[in-house]
Design a protein around this ligand. Structure first.
Ligand code: GDG
Length: 462
């Protein structure tokens, strides 16, 4: 079995595995099996840009190698190019693109620096799996340093249509670097189509049999690998005696009011202000819900050094405050907003204790919260998932109530429908959704990707 080398912007903390998500656990278990390596930024920032050597720690058979970033690398590579250029544009939000040429220089420099370290740690028989938009050009940097291993890339965020991609000033260079991989994986078939269109229209590429594409003198495999969760782990967390107790306490505290839950990093892609507006619309269109329903929104902070994130927080807090002031009463707070991360087990209990899960991003690569909400439900009395058509998850989770997050009335009507849905319909929809979450779980995702990578023609072999 080949050794697996995983590279991502951040590595998960394998020590505190209890709090880690399914992805980290799935990758970690694979690394343990193969004695693999995980390389990434350690989350620290050093003021001076000095020569650095990775810090290497062993966890069982797995090795974790991390490296700090300098202040200027953090500002250009991470905050700048990754999160002010690629993140907004790949989420179709060109109005939020905030470009400086120094960002791209920093992005190239950090990818080259990582390649310098990694190239010495990789052997030709390794399978190298690189993750996400921070590291798109990493394979091309590794190839320059003579790395001949099979290298795969998985994009966790959407890939937009060519008209949007071309707004990124270095798009031609960026997409060309993707042809240094052997396999390029996306979340959904529409991301694959968008990528194919770019390659055909902008790069004179050719689409070949078996999902292969040729351009820039190279041929790569391009496919979708929809990411999933560890369904049993979430279900188990939602059904412990402690979870039972939390749900009972919640019911007492809220006087048995129906709860609708949203859980999202406070990111402008997640559609949080629109969601709160839709909740207001629910109270206006269906006033029977006044004093009977609560929207619980958990929105932990993220990327607060980027101005667009400060603005979205202010907007969300303003809207929540307005509803609570206007509709609330001494014994009812309509919107409960928590700007903090909640432990995973509590989250699972909250999912199970909520009549509806509200997942309404304006654009999302997949959205794991949708799948976690399904996994946490009681099979004989499940809640209803309301899902944005713009989440990658909507391509598969057809039995959810699919909504347009820009249309407040549509979302409000779906909430009302979820609150009123008869038990039999809830059970049937949930059974189908759970089957889909199981069929496309995180193990399936990992295995499918690594199988495609292992089977890819070894074009760089000496
Ligand atoms: C990117 C793509 C794609 C959230 N709040 C808390 C908490 N979470 C956990 C959720 C879930 C994870 O974080 C979020 O995953 P999502 O998939 O919803 O979204 P992104 O963070 O934007 O992830 C996305 C994903 O990558 C995987 O490929 O699906 O489209 O944008 O697991 O439960 N966890 C804890 N406390 C919180 O308060 N413990």
């Amino acid at each position: 079995m080949s050794r697996l080398v995983v590279v991502s912007n951040r590595v998960a903390d394998l020590e505190s595995g209890a709090q880690s998500g399914g992805l980290a656990v799935a990758v970690a278990s694979m690394l343990e099996e193969t004695g693999g390596l995980w390389f990434g930024w350690d989350g620290n920032i050093i003021e001076e840009e000095t020569e650095r050597t990775p810090n290497i720690v062993r966890h069982g058979r797995a090795t974790v190698a991390t490296i700090p970033l300098s202040r200027s690398e953090y500002e250009t590579y991470y905050l700048g190019y990754s999160n002010k250029v690629l993140w907004p544009s790949f989420h179709y939000r060109l109005g939020l693109l905030d470009y400086e040429s120094s960002f791209n220089e920093g992005y190239r420099r950090v990818n080259a620096m990582i390649a310098d370290h990694l190239a010495t740690m990789i052997s030709p028989t390794d399978l190298v799996w690189i993750h996400d938009y921070h590291l798109i050009p990493l394979a091309s940097e590794l190839r320059k340093r003579g790395v001949k291993s099979r290298i795969g890339f998985f994009l966790h965020i959407p890939f937009p249509p060519p008209d949007v991609v071309v707004a990124v000033p270095e798009h031609a260079w960026l997409i060309e670097t993707m042809f240094a991989y052997d396999v390029v994986g996306f979340q959904t078939s529409s991301d694959v189509t968008n990528f194919q269109r770019y390659v055909l229209e902008q790069a004179d590429g050719v689409l070949k049999a078996g999902g292969q594409m040729s351009a820039f003198g190279r041929t790569i495999v391009v496919r979708s690998f929809p990411i999933g969760i560890d369904v049993d782990a979430v279900a188990k967390m939602a059904h412990t005696p402690e979870a039972d107790a939390s749900i009972r306490l919640l019911a007492t505290r809220t006087l048995n009011r129906a709860q609708i839950i949203g859980v999202d990093r406070l990111d402008y892609t997640k559609g949080l202000p629109d969601r709160v507006r839709a909740f207001r619309r629910l109270l206006e269109l269906y006033p029977e819900n006044i004093k009977r329903v609560i929207l619980m929104q958990i929105a932990p902070p993220t990327r607060e050094e980027v101005a667009a994130y400060v603005e979205i927080r202010e907007e969300l807090e303003g809207l929540s405050g307005n509803i609570n002031g206007e509709f609330g009463d001494f014994d009812w707070t309509p919107v409960r907003y928590i700007h903090r991360a909640i432990p995973r087990d509590i989250l699972a209990a909250l999912f199970r204790g909520s009549k509806a899960g509200l997942v309404t991003p304006l654009r999302d690569g997949m959205n794991l919260v949708a799948k976690e909400y399904i996994a946490a439900q009681d099979e004989d009395d499940p809640g209803v998932l309301i899902l944005s058509r713009f989440a990658g998850a909507a391509e598969d989770l057809e039995e959810a109530l699919i909504v347009n997050p820009y249309d407040m009335d549509d979302v409000a009507t779906a909430m009302q429908r979820a609150l009123k849905m008869p038990l039999q319909e809830r059970v049937e929809r949930h059974r189908a959704l759970l089957g889909r979450a199981r069929a496309h779980d995180v193990t399936h995702w990992r295995e499918q990707f690594l199988k495609a990578l292992a089977n890819a023609q070894h074009r760089y072999a000496a």
